[in-house]
Design a protein around this ligand. Structure first.
Ligand code: SF4
Length: 466
């Protein structure tokens, strides 16, 4: 059998064939003795995590031993973020930390900050390689023998606009859930956001390549896959949409759960909502960025909806999908957000059936349109507002969890959080802890939810294992 054909075939792979392929690849790797060690550090979003695991696999295929970050290593790859000023600073700080800890290691800095801040990175003595967005997945190709260089090599090519494939499979050795990258970049141009510059315009991964990696991830034991991208609702490949990806994944034997990560409100089709309401495998969980609950702020952000439209849509989802977990992102301190505008956001977040939200203080990014908007908000006000909304999010989460008490739920167990306790998640993203001495990692168990702990964990009793 020709395994290369299986890898690159445009035809659907059968479960048995894909398993044979994975076994073959594993044996091949075991026969080689690693020469060098490589470690990885990821800053930023879920998509970056997905990409680091794909990059790490490319090193594994080149016979590197993958070691945990902080262990002695020959190569250290830092996959960076540039979404805020703090993200940039964190990246520079991390690079210095690596250089101090492993002065002889070959240091490669890749990703969004490598794309946007290459000049600042170049000034940090000791970096060997800086690779921007377009070529970061191929970083392993640029390291022949990992030896320190007198000057960093900088690779920053034009970011492509066409569909892509990734000839790798995510390496998630210690995780039960795996991320599956389906899309990259964004065309929306929100005025605060640097992502369209750092990651380029929206482009989709070839449908068959998503299927190929998904089959391989499932063959490696992952029962839950999380669709990841920058703006995944805009996925479009040869007429296929994100709903088609979900339907295709549902046919994969052994894949029990599919989760959609963050998705923009204007890109969610009614069909996707309907499908979530009926599906056995698509988790009842939407994370839909709101950003502000005030129309004037939304307009200045150049978001593609107003408050009334968002509310109508969110309520439709909540009515259509019982017990759905709804999460959101909210930004505080955007220019022009006065007391009244912030109060509108606060009120809306109180009213809407959110289970949680992530709060981000506005951070001015060079080159974005928001730089020109006047009426900036003081740093201390941003801090206060962030704190108010984070407290509200904790209350909303407790309320959502309380609504789940008394129910029997199916939990995919992930890890032991402390001796005698195991924890995992329900399909509607309730974090559940059960008292047990058994190793339940990656097992489904039926749990009756009894109470909520101080750490906002739903405590349950195991009724059944599957
Ligand atoms: S939708 Fe807006 S916030 Fe999200 S990545 Fe695109 S430009 Fe940035």
């Amino acid at each position: 059998m020709c395994f290369n054909f299986l890898f690159f075939s445009a035809f659907p792979l059968l479960g048995q064939e894909s398993r044979a392929l994975v076994e073959y690849e594993k044996k091949k790797m075991m026969m080689k003795k690693p020469i060098y060690k490589a470690s990885f550090y990821t800053l930023g979003c879920r998509l970056n995590q997905a990409e680091t695991s794909l990059i790490s696999n490319t090193f594994k295929e080149r016979n590197y031993e993958i070691v945990e970050y902080g262990q002695p290593t020959d190569v250290c790859v830092i996959n960076t973020c540039t979404v805020t000023e703090q993200a940039d600073a964190k990246c520079r700080q991390l690079v210095r930390q690596v250089l101090k800890r492993s002065p002889d290691a070959f240091v490669a800095v890749v990703g969004c900050y490598a794309q946007m801040g290459a000049e600042a990175l170049r000034r940090i003595e000791g970096i060997d390689l800086i690779v921007g967005t377009e070529e970061k997945m191929a970083v392993a190709d640029f390291i022949d023998i990992p030896q320190k260089l007198p000057e960093p090599i900088i690779r920053r090519s034009k970011i492509s606009k066409t569909p892509f494939t990734i000839s790798s499979v995510g390496n998630y050795e210690h995780a039960t859930r795996a991320n599956l990258k389906v899309q990259d970049g964004c065309d929306f141009m929100c005025t605060f956001c640097v992502i369209p510059f750092a990651r380029g315009r929206s482009r989709s991964r070839a449908f068959w390549d998503i299927q190929r990696e998904a089959i391989q991830l499932v063959a490696r034991g992952h029962k839950e896959l999380v669709l990841s991208g920058v703006n995944i609702g805009t996925y479009e490949f040869e007429g296929k949409t994100v709903l088609d990806i979900v339907k295709m994944l549902e046919t994969i034997d052994g894949l029990e759960r599919i989760r959609i990560s963050s998705i923009e409100p204007t890109t969610i089709s009614i069909e996707l909502v309907e499908h979530m309401a009926e599906s056995e495998k698509l988790c009842s969980h939407f994370h839909i960025p709101l950003q502000s609950g005030d129309d004037s702020v939304l307009a200045n952000m150049r978001r593609l909806y107003n408050v009334a439209e968002y509310v109508k849509f969110l309520e439709m989802i909540a009515n259509r999908i019982p017990d759905v977990c709804l999460g959101t992102d909210v930004m505080v301190g955007f220019p022009g957000e006065g007391e009244a505008e912030f109060a509108n956001t606060h009120r809306l977040l109180e009213q809407l059936p959110f289970a949680y939200f992530h709060v981000f203080p506005f951070s001015e990014r060079k080159g974005t349109a928001a730089v020109k908007i006047e009426d900036k908000v003081e740093v201390h006000t941003k801090k206060e507002r962030s704190e108010i909304l984070r407290n509200l999010s904790r209350e909303k989460k407790t309320h959502f969890y309380q609504q789940q008490l008394g129910k029997s739920v199916k939990v995919l167990m992930e890890e032991q959080n402390e001796p005698g306790w195991f924890q995992g998640f329900t399909d509607n993203y309730v974090k559940v802890g059960v008292p047990t001495d058994c190793d339940l990692s990656n097992e489904f168990v039926e749990v009756e939810l009894k109470e909520i702990s101080q750490k906002n964990l739903a405590i349950g009793e195991i009724l059944n294992t599957y």
